[in-house]
Ligand binder design. Structure first.
Ligand code: FAD
Length: 409
C-alpha cells in the first residue's frame, strides 16, 4: 500500500463506536484509535436492559453476520408484541416475524456492550476520557487530548483525518463542533428497572405492555432469571418528573389506584420495580434535530450523539447499529472512489445521504407509535390501530428497509 492510512479517532466505544471500529479493523487503509472513558470491566453506566429491534439483526446479518449470530445465540429472541390492559384484557398480539425478516433480541445493556466490544477489545483504549478536540492549522486534520483515569496522565494525538463522535447523549464531540440545538421534551416520564425472579413464579413470557389510560407498564424476561421492566407515564411538558410520581409509592398510585384490579403480569412488574427502588433509572422522553457532519467535513456523529429519538419502538441502540454499519461502508467506498475524487468530506456526505431519510422515518414512526402514551389517548382504539395494515406496513418498512453493504467485505 503506497498511501498513508486514514487516521480515524472514534470517541466512545459503546454500541456505535465499537461496531464502527470492527467495520474498519483489519483494513490497512485505516489506522483506528478507539477511546472509551470507562474501564473495560466497568458497567456501572450500562444499567437495565433493552430490546434491540429486528432491524438491528437484519442489518448485522447484511454486514457482520457473525455478530448477529453471536447476539442471537447468547440471548433471548424478541418475536412478539403483546398489548393488554393492566386488568389483563388483551388488545393485540403481533408476531413480529410477520413484518420482519429476523427476530429482535432481549438483552442486558451491559451484555450488548460486551457483544459489540468483543471483536475489538484489543483495539479499544479503555479508561480514556477525551477532553478536547480541535482542527490543526490548515483545517484538514485534527488533534485531541485525553486523560487516562488509571494512570492520571494527559495525552495528545494529532494528525487525525477524521474524528467520529460515538460518545452518546451528552456528546463532547457534538458540543465542540456543532451549533447548540435545543432538545424538545415530550411530556412523558419513564422509570426503568432490571430485577431477578429469585425463585418467584414469573408470569412474563415474551415482550408485553399493560396500559391504564396513558400509563404503560412494559416488561420482558432476559436470560438467567433477569427481567427488564419499565413504567411510563404522562408528565407536564417542560417539567421535571414531579416528585410525587418519582417514587415507588407514586408508581403504585398511578398504576394501581383504588378500584383497579391488576393482572398478575402488571403486579409482577410493579413488585419487581419496587424491589429495585434504590436502583431505578428515571428519565424524560426527549427528541432533538439530527446532526451529521461538521461544516469542514472531518467530524462525524453516530448513534445518540447524532439523533435522539423517543424509545417507544426500541430504536435507540438499533439506529446506532445501523449508523455504524453504514458509516464503515461509506468510508470504505471513499477509497474505491478515490480515483474519481473521493475524500473524507465526500464519504461523510455519502453517509449522510444514505441515512438522513431513514433516521427521520424511524424517529417519526417511533413518535407516531407513542400516541398511547399521550394524556388524550383512547388507548384501546390507538392500540388496535397498530394491528391494522397501514401501521403494519410502516412496521415492515422499519424492520426490513435496512442499510445494505455497497462495498464487498
Ligand atoms: C435505561 C435505558 C434503556 C434503554 N432502552 C433501550 C431499548 O430498549 N432499545 C433501544 O434500542 N435503545 C434503548 N436505549 C437507548 C440506547 O441505550 C442508546 O440509544 C444506545 O446505547 C446508543 O448507542 P451509542 O453508541 O450512540 O451511545 P452509547 O451506547 O451511550 O455509548 C457511548 C459511549 O461513549 C463513551 N463516552 C462518552 N463520552 C466520552 C468521552 N469524552 N471519551 C471517551 N468515551 C466517552 C461512554 O462511556 C459510552 O460507552 C435505552 C437507554 C437507556 C438510558
Amino acid at each position: 500500500m503506497s498511501e498513508k492510512p486514514l487516521r480515524v479517532a472514534i470517541v466512545g466505544s459503546g454500541v456505535a463506536g465499537s461496531l464502527l471500529a470492527y467495520g474498519l479493523s483489519n483494513d490497512p487503509r485505516f489506522e483506528v484509535f478507539c477511546f472509551e472513558k470507562v474501564a473495560a470491566d466497568d458497567y456501572s453506566l450500562a444499567g437495565t436492559g433493552l430490546n434491540i429491534s429486528p432491524n438491528s439483526i437484519t442489518t448485522l446479518r447484511n454486514f457482520y453476520p457473525e455478530v448477529a449470530e453471536d447476539l442471537l445465540e447468547s440471548n433471548l429472541p424478541w418475536k412478539e408484541f403483546n398489548v393488554s390492559l393492566v386488568t389483563g384484557e388483551p388488545l393485540i398480539s403481533l408476531n413480529l416475524l410477520d413484518v420482519a425478516d429476523d427476530p429482535g433480541v432481549r438483552i442486558r445493556w451491559a451484555d450488548l456492550y460486551t457483544h459489540c466490544r468483543k471483536p475489538v477489545m484489543d483495539r479499544i483504549t479503555f479508561a480514556t476520557d477525551v477532553k478536547s478536540i480541535a482542527y490543526e492549522e490548515g483545517g484538514e486534520t485534527l488533534k485531541l487530548t485525553y486523560t487516562n483515569s488509571q494512570s492520571d496522565t494527559v495525552h495528545e494525538l494529532d494528525g487525525l483525518d477524521l474524528v467520529v463522535g460515538a460518545d452518546g447523549r451528552y456528546s463532547l464531540v457534538r458540543d465542540t463542533f456543532f451549533p447548540k440545538i435545543q432538545s424538545r421534551l415530550c411530556g412523558m416520564g419513564i422509570c426503568r428497572a432490571l430485577f431477578y425472579d429469585e425463585g418467584k413464579p414469573n408470569p412474563l413470557r415474551e415482550y408485553g405492555q399493560w396500559f391504564l389510560g396513558a400509563h404503560r407498564l412494559l416488561g420482558f424476561p432476559l436470560t438467567n432469571g433477569a427481567n427488564y421492566c419499565t413504567a411510563t407515564f404522562p408528565i407536564p411538558i417542560e417539567s421535571q418528573i414531579p416528585p410525587e410520581k418519582k417514587s415507588v409509592e407514586g408508581l403504585y398510585q398511578m398504576f394501581a389506584p383504588e378500584g383497579v384490579s391488576l393482572c398478575k403480569e402488571a403486579k409482577f412488574i410493579l413488585e419487581g420495580i419496587a424491589s429495585e427502588k434504590d436502583n431505578l433509572h428515571w428519565a424524560r422522553f426527549q427528541v432533538s434535530d439530527f446532526q451529521w457532519q461538521d461544516e469542514a467535513g472531518h467530524v462525524l456523529l453516530l448513534g445518540d450523539a447524532s439523533h435522539a429519538m423517543v424509545p417507544t419502538l426500541g430504536q435507540g441502540a438499533t439506529q446506532a447499529i445501523e449508523d455504524a454499519c453504514a458509516a464503515a461502508d461509506s468510508l470504505k467506498l471513499l477509497y474505491d472512489e478515490k480515483n474519481r475524487g473521493g475524500s473524507v468530506v465526500s464519504a461523510l456526505q455519502h453517509y449522510r445521504e444514505r441515512r438522513e431519510a431513514r433516521v427521520q422515518f424511524c424517529s417519526d414512526l417511533s413518535d407516531d407509535a407513542s400516541d398511547t402514551l399521550r394524556p388524550d389517548t383512547d388507548v384501546v382504539k390507538d392500540t388496535l390501530r397498530k394491528a391494522q395494515p397501514p401501521f403494519l406496513d410502516q412496521l415492515s418498512r422499519l424492520y426490513r428497509d435496512v442499510p445494505k453493504p455497497l462495498v464487498n467485505s
